[in-house]
Design a protein around this ligand. Structure first.
Ligand code: SF4
Length: 402
């Protein structure tokens, strides 16, 4: 039996078959997307890149597939890549092999003369999508109605839409990364009367959109208690919180999480310890609090890479972060025993949307003089988001490159 995919309604779009802005972000690949089975794809990517020369700069996030990373001029986490793009003003085209919010940040931090391209517009981020701007504006109105907005400052993780970053800029807040979240929270609490660990402080942070990074940083690094943290659920009236809970809270955590890191479990950490003698467990701070508490090390993707690179040969690691990176680490450091933390967790599905056919399509289109899938942030939104990003860049202390 054959299925007419052109006429039958599909729960998800087949890549390259039309546009539907009501699901995900729309998928549009005008022209021929090369077949994944084309044996000439690697050669086509090489030829297109060579033809474009310095006019194109290809960025590859650590969670991208090997077939894409092979063509990246630089690799890194989202913030490092955005800065790398800004450091190449001579390149008119930035092809961002990552997800949508990363391409938006790169567009905000690069010049108007540069164009950022996302090879597949369906490469979104489930965490970023958990905080829609209308929901966040509604939350702020509720905080105002409860009389606590004046003592609350937003701190927003890089993994968020440009609109949420702009909201943060409008309300005097800052952006943070997984490596400078503590510095950002210190700064934010200083703006609203200090962290007040003796119970004297009343200032609050609205942390968007990853509840786990917010909780892990506030409790493990700033010394706040779990009781100081409440979770704002955008799908419940008033976030599911009473006025009293809001008044007592120090951290108002948005109910968002990473669909990859949020799945690592305490059971998996305990199983790894049982099965691999002497193993060290290293996880990303987007993991749940109980998992992070149990791990030996916690850190951003850059810190995970640096820690394993610096470890003595013969040491054993189980790693709780995206599978593409863990597999690459295992290949790069064969002198270590490196395993993935959880059997029931798979790749980040949206990161994996960017594959070699989409990269070839984007590059060959540029060679033909066509710009496909440009990411352009509205200038007003970009200016407000830039204010929040600039506050992060001005934070004291720790570097922001990892
Ligand atoms: S790994 Fe998590 S945070 Fe990163 S893009 Fe995928 S869903 Fe988003």
């Amino acid at each position: 039996m054959t299925t007419d995919t052109a006429s039958a309604p599909l729960p998800l779009l087949v890549l390259g078959r039309g546009t539907d802005l009501h699901t995900e972000r729309g998928v549009e690949c005008p022209g021929d997307l090369p077949a994944a089975s084309d044996p000439g794809l690697v050669e086509r990517a090489r030829a297109a890149k060579a033809a474009l020369g310095d006019r194109v700069f290809v960025l590859g996030h650590h969670y991208q597939r090997d077939e894409v990373i092979e063509f990246a001029d630089v690799t890194g986490d989202s913030f490092k890549l955005a800065r790398d793009a800004a450091a190449r003003p001579d390149a008119p085209y930035i092809v961002f092999c990552g997800v949508h919010f990363m391409a938006e940040s790169a567009d905000i931090l690069t010049s108007d003369e540069q164009t950022v391209i996302l090879p597949d517009l369906a490469a979104g981020c489930s965490m970023a999508d958990m905080a829609a701007i209308a929901q966040v504006e509604d939350c702020w109105e509720q905080l105002e109605a409860a009389g606590v907005a004046g003592e609350t400052i937003p701190v927003t993780y890089m993994n968020s839409s440009a609109a949420i970053k702009a909201f943060t800029g409008r309300h005097g807040g800052t952006i943070c990364t997984s490596s400078n979240a503590r510095t950002a929270l210190d700064w934010a609490f200083e703006q609203v009367g200090g962290v007040g660990l003796d119970g004297s402080g009343t200032g609050k942070v609205l942390f968007l959109p990853d509840q786990h990074l917010g909780r892990n940083t506030a409790v493990r690094e700033l010394g706040l208690s779990l009781d100081d943290c409440v979770v704002w659920d955008p799908h419940r009236p008033n976030g599911g919180l009473t006025r009293d809970e809001l008044e007592r809270a120090r951290m108002i955590l948005w109910r968002g999480h990473c669909s990859v890191h949020g799945r690592f479990s305490v059971d998996a950490v305990e199983a790894a310890r049982r099965e691999i003698p002497g193993v060290k467990v290293i996880v990303h701070p987007e993991c749940q609090y109980d998992v992070v508490e149990l791990a030996d090390e916690v850190g951003s993707t850059e810190k995970i890479i640096q820690t394993i690179a610096a470890a003595p040969a013969g040491t054993s690691w189980v790693v709780g972060t995206e599978l593409n990176l863990v597999r690459r680490l295992a290949q790069q450091f064969p002198e270590q025993r490196i395993a993935f933390l959880e059997k029931n967790v798979c790749y980040c599905s949206t990161m994996n949307r960017i594959d070699l056919p989409h990269l070839v399509w984007a590059l060959e289109s540029l060679v033909d003089g066509r710009v496909v899938n440009p990411i352009r942030v509205d200038p007003t939104v970009a200016a407000e988001a830039r204010a929040a990003l600039d506050r992060m860049l001005a934070l004291p202390g720790k570097t922001h490159k990892d």
